[in-house]
Design a protein around this ligand. Sequence first.
Ligand SMILES: Cc1ncc(C[n+]2csc(CCOP(=O)(O)OP(=O)(O)O)c2C)c(N)n1
Ligand code: SF4
Length: 292
Amino acid sequence: MSAAPPTPAFLPGSYKTDLKPVWCAGCGDFGVLTALYRAMAELQLVPWNTAVVSGIGCSSRLPGYVETYGFNTVHGRALPLAMGVAVSRPDVKVIAVGGDGDGLAIGGNHFMHSARRNLDVTYLLMDNEIYGLTKGQAAPTTPTGDKTKTTHYGNPEPSVDPCELAISFGATWVGRAFSGDLKGTVELIVKALQHRGFAFLNVMSPCVTWRGDDQFKALKAKQRPLPEDHDRTSRQAAIGYTRETEFVTTGVLYEVHGPSFLDRLNAVKASALAGKSAPTVADVIGTFLPSF
Ligand SMILES: Cc1ncc(C[n+]2csc(CCOP(=O)(O)OP(=O)(O)O)c2C)c(N)n1
Ligand code: SF4
């Protein structure tokens, strides 16, 4: 008789804290939290070697609900803090989370440069196309023409596609998920966490209070998976799935491998210790470790 499989050390419930989420009933952020618990359990992430970092917003409350080290920082500043943790404690898995306002408006500069640096951070953007916590103002991802608390006659501004921005600035892993699709979101968070370097997952996460039930229904109706033959190493192919209006295509849009920020810093350290004035490109590439 074969032996029973060993019980995993961490179950999804192991990552729950005593805090009860205060999100509105039906908020998409519940789906992201559940998916994160499951993904962490699948990878057996060790709580005391994991840090979840956020800015300010409804979505940014998430670190309080995850049994790891956590920071609920300042609006728009999740990524600078995540960078500090990542470079000072390379042994810690760093996960940054937050809303579209937090990450693309006030924190937009940090988002771009984290992607450019290929920072060793997994970034989960919980995109509800609105400022939720502050009661429904238009955000950078609010579609043009949509009525919000601050755009009574329809949003006159063009919106930004977070995945397009991440790819343009050099992120090495970019995916899109929908929090109403739990299984798909778990799979994508697992893949994002396994990537070495900046992994950006834009999770469409409905705000039932300020965008109404329609947002959930519209996203569900528009969701479709990437075709099997999608070339995820092609920027052009990936960009083709951004700024979509008819569909919300979910999956890994883009994935390439290259030196991460820590790899580059390690190359600088090695050069300095060897008495060289600066690392050569070969020094940096030589330290490159492929993603597992
Ligand atoms: C420096 C600063 N500016 C503005 C605010 C007010 N503020 C708090 S949360 C927020 C936006 C929240 O929207 P988002 O980041 O999209 O997250 P959500 O609440 O939708 O999850 C704003 C403008 C703040 N707390 N600090
Ligand atoms: S206001 Fe919107 S984003 Fe905030 S908890 Fe409620 S449903 Fe979620």
